[in-house]
Design a binder for this molecule. Structure first.
Ligand code: BGC
Ligand code: BGC
Length: 853
């Protein structure tokens, strides 16, 4: 195939010129009238043809047409809408004939992300029963339930959590994916669910993307080699009796198409690659997946040259269906149809017309249902197109055997809770985690360690199963988890402790790296905080949490050999940490089997090596923090560690001291989700003290405001000066701002139910002290919430986090502009307050955010 792209470059600049010029820029009259949104061109002939591997079954086709002929228009429209369990009841599923439900990352039975497995099964029964009650004469069509079982059945407490895809990619062992897919499908059936929104077969090409860890590799060929195995694990083999049945179930490949190739790695952004790149990089895994029997494709949030995929017929229909041989159904992403030009979450005929077969309309389903019904009635949506979408959904339900199925709790694996996190699944997860570890540095062959010595285990990732599991774990962002939320998991520290004790040695766990007995060696486990989707987007790839660096430096200064275990969803620029470590392991997000780390790091008691390193990078590791796309095969490929890199124990390679020039200015390190970190303002923010009309920027360990009303004092919490004490003696304001008036657009975060999180302790607050917390949007634009009684209540209660939902700021002041925040935190008090503050950041509302008092 040659790069015979029909996409013409002027098109994009036309789009940017605004609506007046749109008509003049229109290049292909056959693509609709001048009032239709302009779309870039795809030439289907440039895309290879393949046939569906699944032959139509006459019996199923008869079943589908029989159902269609019995269904009312209402029933048909309901069949192609999927609602979220947080916004729909079983009764409504029945009333609106909904074809499907899902649980989003933060939706769980009873709105409790950590509820027991039995509640899931009970709810699955309730939905199934409501949908199959045919007492009013409706046809019998069971609902099905989709969930993001993206690294194991990861929404359910007790399930086995496998490494995220980036780690699985580093194994370079596609066959193991089959066992993982099967184990995941089994655990899902325990809770009565029958459909997963996995695997993600994105090819992440820009690691600033917050979903990089959901991608197996930057190399399309590797992703394409994985897709069939994971699908076969979840769905079974095409043609086999238990395909989509028995212990197998329905999978989804996502997100179609080009999610991993957006400009600057922006989630839900625009992909401006050529048609050939779209095909050869991003579509390659889809060809493999469809050939292996993928029955559901999820449309992507991203656009291609400005056209959102959910409304882009050239891809959803002309390529996916007509060239790739896909004859399952296309499900949308979470209100993704609402982003199509001219659409809203509750109104979008164009998505259906473009080839979407099922709307994912979590909270918008009810109005969307009414609008879609009206559009069918007035002919905007033809009955033929509706019938086609409905048939596609019904066909898959029939292939799954849903029409003959008993209710969820009566299926063979249902309620067998002992299967969640069972020994063989955990052994499999441990094997995968072990094989995914990549050894980047091993100077003087420090590793493998003998198990007999004194081992210090430090870092905030050491005893933290939530952190080692990452996003999409119990909660959407993977935040809010503690070790006891993982009854079947083991932290990295616990695994080390077992291994060392077995070898006759001893361990000391110390988050901040201070020890009571000088160790022979120290293992420091650190890395990124969990995140998901756009919350994980970054503008650069510097690892900017310097706590571990300080620990490593202190240890090194005392002559203690150091091993770093780095937890991350992507390669990050860590040259300073690499320099302070004798050995360095990229562990990615290994999941609940933390013991895997010790399996590889430590020798057996008899001194033999138990497991050598097996992982090799499936993403190129950068030598600077700029974050520009860096992919194997690039013309000027200059990684620090190339694609495929990874040491073994037989390698005696010395990594010389690396340069420590990040390649970006301090100001470029704007991290949109962290404002104050370890007591210090995160660049480019400044901690500002204001009284008597003067602003003083905190620059010293002890800083007084101009008139002395407030003082900021760097204070130790866990580590040296890792928090700041704010002492308000008189009326004053403390804020995070910037002299140049940098503004943040937090509209999307606000709509996504994010919150401003403060980690603090109230040292003292005088009775009757008024304290307000808010944000500013320019000089005379602020929204302040009264938190006085909140602080009174927290006095003397020690450290804790408070979340204020972002929407509260807009609600409290209708003039407040959340899309232009100049001071993301403003704290005002009239005196009589001593508050110690460690962190201020954006966080997911875990259901406990407030609006202040
Ligand atoms: C996610 C859902 C999540 C929701 C929270 C969506 O973008 O995909 O799974 O629960 O946001 O608002
Ligand atoms: C994500 C999908 C996910 C869906 C349901 C979306 O926001 O992009 O990957 O399957 O939510 O949670």
């Amino acid at each position: 195939m040659s790069d015979n792209t029909k996409y013409r470059t002027p098109l994009r600049s036309c789009l940017l010129l605004g609506s007046v010029l749109l008509a003049a820029c229109s290049q292909s009259p056959q693509q609709g009238s001048s009032d239709a949104p302009l779309q870039p061109r795809i030439e289907p002939e440039n895309w290879p043809m393949q046939a569906s591997p699944i032959a139509r079954s006459a019996a199923i086709e008869r079943k589908v047409s029989a159902l269609l002929s019995q269904m009312s228009t209402e029933q048909k429209v309901g069949q192609i809408i999927q609602a979220d369990i947080a916004s729909v009841t079983p009764q409504q599923v029945r009333q609106y004939y909904l074809g499907s439900v899902l649980n989003g990352g933060n939706s769980a039975p009873g709105r409790d992300n950590r509820v027991g497995a039995a509640a899931w099964l009970e709810l699955a029964d309730a939905f199934w029963q409501a949908s199959t009650d045919t007492s009013d004469g409706r046809p019998y069509i069971p609902v099905f339930w989709g969930t993001d079982a993206v690294h194991g059945h990861s929404n359910v407490k007790g399930a086995t959590i496998f490494p995220h895809n980036i780690g699985l990619g580093a194994m370079h062992e596609p066959q193991l994916l089959q066992a993982i897919g099967r184990a995941t499908a089994v655990e899902m059936q325990v809770t009565g669910l029958d459909w997963t929104f996995a695997p993600t077969i994105a090819v992440a090409r820009d690691d600033r993307w917050g979903r990089t860890y959901e991608s197996y590799s930057e190399d399309p060929a590797l992703v394409a080699s994985y897709a069939p195995y994971i699908l076969q694990g979840i769905q079974g083999m095409v043609g086999a009796e238990d395909f989509l049945r028995g212990e197998h179930m329905l999978a989804t490949v996502k997100h179609f198409l080009g999610d991993g190739g957006t400009v600057a790695g922006k989630d839900q952004g625009d992909n401006i690659s050529t048609e050939a790149q779209l095909r050869d990089i991003h579509a390659l895994p889809y060809y493999a997946a469809i050939k292996a029997g993928a029955r559901v494709v999820m449309a992507s949030y991203n656009s291609w040259h400005g056209s959102k995929m959910h409304g882009f017929a050239p891809m959803l229909t002309d390529v996916l269906v007509k060239r790739m041989g896909f004859d399952g159904f296309v499900v949308g992403d979470w209100n993704g149809h609402g982003q199509v030009a001219g659409c809203t979450p509750t109104n979008c005929a164009n998505a259906l017309l473009a080839g979407l077969d099922m709307y994912m309309a979590p909270d918008s389903w009810q109005t969307l249902y009414a609008n879609t019904l009206a559009q069918v009635r007035d002919g905007r949506i033809s009955m033929a197109r509706l019938d086609e979408a409905v048939s596609r959904v019904l066909r898959i339900k029939a292939e799954m055997g849903l029409f003959e199925q008993v209710r969820p709790s009566q299926r063979p694996l249902a309620g067998r809770y002992e299967l969640l996190g069972n020994a063989s699944h955990r052994a499999l997860a441990r094997e995968a985690a072990r094989k995914s570890l990549v050894l980047l540095k091993n100077n003087q062959q420090l590793l493998p360690l003998r198990a007999g010595g004194r081992v210090l285990v430090a870092g905030d990732g050491a005893d933290n199963i939530g952190k080692q599991s990452g996003g999409w774990t119990l909660s959407w962002q993977g935040s809010g988890n503690s070790n006891h939320d993982f009854p079947n998991g083991e932290s990295i520290y616990a695994g080390i402790q077992h291994a060392v004790q077995a070898g006759g040695g001893s361990t000391e766990l110390s988050e901040n790296g201070r020890f009571s007995v000088k160790p022979d060696v120290a293992i420091v486990v650190f890395g990124e905080e969990p995140y998901a989707e756009f919350i994980g987007d970054r503008s650069h790839l510097a690892f900017d949490d310097n706590r571990a660096l300080q620990i490593l430096k202190q240890l090194k200064a005392q002559g203690i050999p150091t091993v770093s275990v780095f937890l991350s969803g992507r390669p990050l620029w860590v040259n300073p940490e690499l320099n302070q470590s004798d050995a360095f392991v990229a562990a990615f997000l290994p999941g609940t089997e933390g013991g895997a780390v010790a399996d590889v790091l430590f020798r057996a008691a008899d001194g033999s090596v138990r497991y050598d390193f097996h992982g090799r990078l499936s993403f190129s590791w950068p030598d600077n923090a700029k974050g520009e796309p860096l992919n194997v095969g690039d013309a000027n490929y200059n990684p620090l560690f190339a694609y495929g890199y990874g040491l073994s124990y037989r390698d005696n390679t010395v990594l010389a001291t690396l340069h420590e020039n990040a390649g970006i200015s301090a100001a470029a390190m704007l991290n949109s989700s962290r404002y104050l970190y370890a007591g210090k303002a995160v660049t480019p923010w400044q901690l500002q003290l204001s009284d008597a009309g003067t602003i003083t920027v905190v620059a010293d360990a002890q800083q007084r405001s101009a008139a002395g009303a407030v003082t900021a004092i760097a204070t130790d919490r866990l580590q040296q000066e890792d928090s700041v004490t704010l002492r308000f003696d008189k009326a004053a304001t403390v804020r995070l701002g910037h002299a140049d008036g940098i503004a943040l657009d937090l509209a999307r975060q606000s709509n996504g139910d994010m919150a401003l999180e403060l980690e603090y302790q109230v040292v003292s607050v005088a009775a009757g002290t008024k304290v307000e917390l808010g944000m500013q949007c320019g000089d005379n634009c602020a929204s302040m919430l009264d938190i006085s009684s909140n602080l009174q209540a927290m006095q003397g209660k020690g450290w804790h986090s408070t979340r204020i939902a972002l929407r509260c700021f807009s609600q409290a002041n209708s003039n407040f502009d959340i899309s232009r925040v100049t001071q993301p935190m403003v704290l005002r008090s009239d005196g009589g307050l001593v508050l110690q503050l460690a962190n201020v950041r954006l966080a997911q509302n875990e259901g406990n955010a407030t609006c202040g008092n």
